[in-house]
Design a protein around this ligand. Structure first.
Ligand SMILES: Nc1ncnc2c1ncn2[C@@H]1O[C@H](COP(=O)(O)OP(=O)(O)OP(=O)(O)O)[C@@H](O)[C@H]1O
Ligand SMILES: [Mg+2]
Length: 494
């Protein structure tokens, strides 16, 4: 696996991990919130139930109080109330001799609560801190609530508590002394508006909790299904993205390999120019060497060999071979692979290209003019740029040879704007047919026969300029011929 793919996959993994963490977090928070709301809803329902039960008790109590109590026949179940002994009319006998005894609100309510407990699923209890009936003594919890009422901190109070492993809601509301209460409670020293005590309601939470668990199961199941569906979806998109990344990387590598092959092929074309140049450079020294050897042979033949003349010839041969080897070194330098970017002036690279191509231009009577008014250096792969310049000069040369008899010339201009160095290479070879101008940068596109053209020169030049040097190459036709414009950014990667 190559480094760029590794980085991309790492990024993808990190991206999906973040989505997973955020999504899981959101789901957990939302689930927690829903469960909390549901539990609050059930608690509120239980409280509502307790309040209703209290209201029902109060309704009844007030009804009794509004009549100043009610008379019922005294029985074992309802004996005369000893706490009402101070009321003169507690016990009455009707004109027909029927006995009646007074039931005050507390007495009626207590009987009701004792005998019909459970009918509303709620257990009520009327109590006070100052009791008339000691049997109505308050529990610890009720005492706590009554103290809150007396202290004026609350008028009603509720709590959810557990007793013997069972959950209950405890609710209590204060009873405020009214005019109608004084009939029975005046002797306790109460005044209207005082807190007389309270009625508590206790409801088991079992039914509410069962409902809550049922609801919670449903909510959790829906969340779980949703979560699993999204995770499966995420997993699939992750897998697809990963596969396409790997595939994309494979294609990129393949393209890169293809480009490398083409670069080598096109470099061979430029090397053709170089070999032509070497051949030309070598012609003269080889002639001189041959002549030297020939002179020595003649001297031997004429028996005119002397040390002086041999030394002279040998020195001349040595000088020429040195020159030959220097030429080789020079050209090897032109085509050394450039792996690192270096700071160069484009005119220097153009001058190197000129040296290579100059002889073949001269042979074909082509004048090359190079003008420059650029002072900047650019950081670039100078050997690749050299290859581009040779490709363009070679194309111009070939066009001139084919289309123009005389006054053949190539004009090179190197200048700069604020951000770029611009090189134009124009010829007067008649230009490029508009019908094919769009295709000249395509790989293997050539109008030349197989021997002279592979069709890779411009494709490779474009690849080098745009992909390696991050510049731009454009073509246009002038009145006289073709014009290529190369723009290279001054700032690296610009
Ligand atoms: N200066 C020019 N004037 C006219 N036509 C040109 C010029 N430069 C390029 N062309 C056209 O563009 C085509 C493609 O050029 P390219 O350099 O890519 O390939 P080639 O010169 O045919 O072969 P090679 O790979 O050997 O360079 C050429 O065949 C030619 O028709
Ligand atoms: Mg070419």
């Amino acid at each position: 696996m190559n480094r760029s793919l590794e980085i991309k996959l790492k990024k993808l993994n990190r991206y999906y991990m973040n989505i997973l963490i955020i999504f899981t977090g959101v789901v957990i928070l939302s689930l927690g919130w829903d469960l909390y709301n549901e539990s609050e809803h059930h608690k509120n329902s239980a409280l509502e139930h307790a309040k209703n039960s209290f209201a029902k008790d109060m309704m009844f109590r007030n009804w009794v109080a509004s009549h100043g109590g009610v008379y019922v026949p005294p029985t074992k179940r309802t004996p005369p109330n000893p706490y009402l002994a101070h009321i003169k009319e507690r016990d009455l006998v009707t004109t027909t001799g029927k006995k009646l005894t007074l039931m005050n609100p507390a007495y009626t309510l207590k009987q009701l609560m004792d005998e019909y407990e459970g009918m509303y699923g709620a257990k009520g209890h009327i109590t006070s801190l100052k009791l008339l009936n000691l049997k109505n003594k308050s529990s610890d919890w009720e005492t706590k609530a009554l103290k809150l009422f007396e202290g004026g901190q609350a008028k009603e109070f509720h709590e959810f508590l557990s007793k013997d492993g069972k959950a209950y809601i405890y609710y209590m509301k204060a009873l405020v002394v009214r005019e109608s209460c004084l009939k029975c409670h005046m002797q306790q020293g109460y005044e209207v508006g005082d807190i007389r005590g309270g009625v508590s309601v206790t409801i088991p939470m079992k039914k509410y909790n069962n409902d809550l668990y049922h609801e919670a199961y449903n909510i959790i199941a829906v969340y779980l299904l949703f979560y699993i569906a999204v995770i499966v979806g995420l997993f699939y998109t992750y897998k697809n993205l990963k596969t396409s990344l790997i595939e994309q990387n494979r294609l990129e590598e393949e393209n890169h390999r293809k480009d490398e092959i083409m670069l080598t092929q096109s470099r061979h074309a430029a090397m053709g120019e170089m070999i032509g140049m070497i051949a030309h450079q070598w012609r003269q020294p080889i002639t001189v060497i041959a002549m030297g050897a020939n002179n020595m042979l003649v001297d031997i033949e004429l028996e005119e060999v002397n040390e002086e003349s041999i030394k002279e010839q040998a020195e001349s041969i040595l000088k020429q071979t040195e020159y030959l080897s220097k030429t080789i070194d020079d050209f090897r330098n032109f085509f050394r692979p450039s792996k690192k970017k270096e700071e160069v002036k484009l005119e220097e690279v153009m001058a190197e290209a000129e040296v290579i191509i100059d002889k073949s231009l001269e042979n074909n009577k082509i004048t090359l003019t190079i003008k420059d008014n650029n002072g900047y250096k650019v950081k670039t792969y100078s050997r690749e740029l050299l290859q581009v310049f040779i490709n363009l000069l070679k194309n111009a040369k070939e066009s001139l040879i084919e289309h123009r008899e005389k006054d053949r010339h190539i004009d090179v201009m190197i200048s700069d704007d604020v951000d770029n160095v611009i090189t134009t290479i124009c010829d007067n070879g008649g230009g490029i047919d508009e019908a094919i101008i769009e295709r000249i940068f395509d790989p293997y596109f050539s109008t030349k026969d197989e021997k002279t053209g592979t069709g890779l020169g411009l494709y490779m030049s474009k690849t080098i300029i745009e992909k390696h040097l991050h510049g731009m190459i454009e073509v246009s036709n002038t009145k006289e011929g073709a014009c290529f414009k190369i723009t290279i950014p001054l700032v690296e990667g610009g």
